[in-house]
Write a protein that binds this ligand. Structure first.
Ligand code: HEC
Length: 498
């Protein structure tokens, strides 16, 4: 699949997804093995078509002129007639192509053999049973309903495991406003840890499978961007201080159903939301993700103010400049860009990474921007048009030996620092004025996907692929605490290396 080539974080998310899937077989997979009672098109058949056939039979590709995006379109057929003959699975083209040997003179095999695994016997059995039962659409579902959307609505988030068998990979973490706790993204949950003791305090269940970005709002609520890779994305706002249920000293909060916990729901989209930023004045929230759009909401009213289509590929990073007007973004399209929200236009494009850009930032005076990514560099560039040098590289800050997944900055204009995290298993601290590396913080035994600075700038935390969290003092680089943020998981000394 094309996604596996794109970038480490998504690749690992997929691996993580696989692990998670092994831990918790999805209800759909369970159903495919044990068809009981009448087969439901929307719950049983559509997920199989979506997983195995949509890549070529969506509204864009329409291979064989066949579109499966809705029940109606499926039944319209493609170059041939309706692929379904109700009551007669053996005569149906749909069953014909998934059971064909694909030999000369036979029907083509679907999915084409060089592209995907054939459907399992159970899956074919389910589709055949549905056809034999009359190939009906479920009551109450419009034949024109977009199946992807309907499946998304019907998705029921699983409860996170009581104890993880595999470490959860961390894509995002954030310090609480009092600098004392860390919120860490898990599998369909956020976990809250006391930094000094490394103790699990809360588990907050989320619809989103993974959190890719988090930002505390001025009112103390937490905005979280995330999704299920390739399935859905969201931006939701949670009150992590709402009362939960105490179980053995850990508070359980229901961020799926409890309105005191899930405060607001800003976005639901077709694929993951990867980046999030609050404006310095606390009035706006910006997001970016796999749909290439950068969105900006007014936080007071919750309305979407901008949906900016300026990047040609996934948006991995967004940050506001101190003026609350300029927005810096980074993308898999290999560029960092600055957008003017007032003028509604692109101000500059920085192309020098020549590879995916995963993180961005901008100095408090707005003159210097920086970006990092797949090319192992933090690059500083001219963000204003003095002497027509806008978008020119000032320097490359070298040091990381592998891809740099994120760059974050502190809030102190007098003493600015940057922190980065990398596939070289380190977190680094930099002086963005001198462009110098200040500290290399090691000890992670896996790729560090997430990095966060405490609001007071005293602490920096890294979160990695294997669930490790390490917290250091930014001043002297000493380790404050390390723990694995996968509840109930006990890392084995002999754990297999990647
Ligand atoms: C990698 C792309 C790809 C995937 C995945 C794929 N198909 Fe196809 N499909 C095609 C192409 C190409 C054709 C046209 C082939 C031909 O006419 O020889 C086609 C034709 C068909 C047709 C005949 C349509 C008509 O009216 O001519 C059916 C039915 C079909 N596919 C079903 C499926 C099913 C069911 C799946 C999933 C289990 C699937 N396909 C997955 C590429 C794909």
């Amino acid at each position: 699949m094309f996604r596996t080539r794109c970038c480490y974080c998504i690749l690992c998310s997929l691996l993580g997804l696989l692990l998670a899937w092994l831990m918790l077989a999805t209800p759909q997979a369970a159903r495919a093995q044990a068809p009981k009672g009448p087969v439901s098109f929307i719950n049983d058949v559509a997920p199989i078509l979506k997983e195995n056939c949509y890549a070529c039979h969506d509204s864009k590709k329409k291979k064989g002129k066949l579109e499966m995006t809705s029940y109606e379109n499926l039944r319209k057929g493609g170059t041939k007639d309706d692929p379904v003959t109700p009551g007669k699975s053996k005569e149906s083209l749909l069953i014909g192509v998934v059971t064909s040997t694909g030999a000369e003179g036979q029907l083509p095999h679907m999915p084409p053999k060089d592209v995907g695994d054939p459907l399992s016997k159970e899956q074919i059995g389910l589709i055949a049973k549905w056809i034999d039962e009359g190939a009906k659409l479920d009551a109450g579902v419009d034949p024109k309903t977009e199946l992807i959307r309907e499946l998304r609505i019907r998705f029921k988030p699983p409860q996170p495991p009581a104890a993880y068998k595999f470490p959860v990979n961390i894509n995002a973490l954030a310090f609480t406003p009092d600098n004392k706790k860390l919120v860490v993204g898990g599998y369909h949950e956020l976990t809250v840890w006391d930094v000094a003791g490394g103790k699990l305090e809360k588990r907050l269940w989320t619809r989103s499978e993974r959190a890719y970005a988090m930002a505390f709002l001025p009112d103390g609520n937490l905005a979280v961007a995330g999704g299920r890779p390739g399935q859905e994305g969201d931006v939701r706002i949670y009150n992590i201080n709402a009362p939960g249920k105490d179980q053995g000293g850990v508070q359980f909060l229901d961020g799926v159903n409890d309105k005191n916990v899930l405060i607001r729901h800003l976005l639901e989209s077709d694929d993951s939301v990867l980046a999030l930023a609050v404006s310095p004045d606390g009035k706006k929230l910006a997001s970016g993700g796999c749909d290439r759009l950068v969105r900006v909401w007014d936080l007071a009213g919750g309305q979407l103010e901008h949906a900016i289509e300026n990047h040609a590929d996934w948006v991995f990073a967004v940050t506001f400049a101190a003026d609350n007007i300029h927005l810096v973004t980074g993308s898999r399209d290999k560029t960092a860009k600055v957008w003017d929200l007032k003028a509604k236009e692109s101000v500059l494009t920085f192309p020098d990474h020549q590879n995916g850009v995963y993180g961005v930032g901008i100095a408090s005076d707005g003159k210097t921007g920086w970006s990092c990514g797949e090319d192992n560099q933090v690059r500083q560039w001219q963000a204003t048009d003095e002497k027509k040098q806008i978008g020119k590289q000032i320097r490359a800050m070298t040091g990381h030996g592998k891809a740099i997944f994120k760059v974050v900055q502190n809030n102190d204009p007098k003493n600015p620092i940057l922190a980065t995290c990398s596939a070289d298993n380190t977190v680094r601290i930099w002086d963005p004025v001198k462009g110098a590396a200040l500290k290399t913080l090691s000890g992670h035994s896996d790729w560090v996907f997430a990095v966060a600075l405490s609001p007071d700038g005293q602490l920096v935390a890294g979160g990695s692929y294997n669930g490790e969290v390490r917290v250091w003092k930014t001043g002297d680089g000493s380790l404050v605490k390390d723990f694995n943020a996968s509840p109930g998981y006990t890392p084995k000394a002999t754990a297999a290396k990647k």
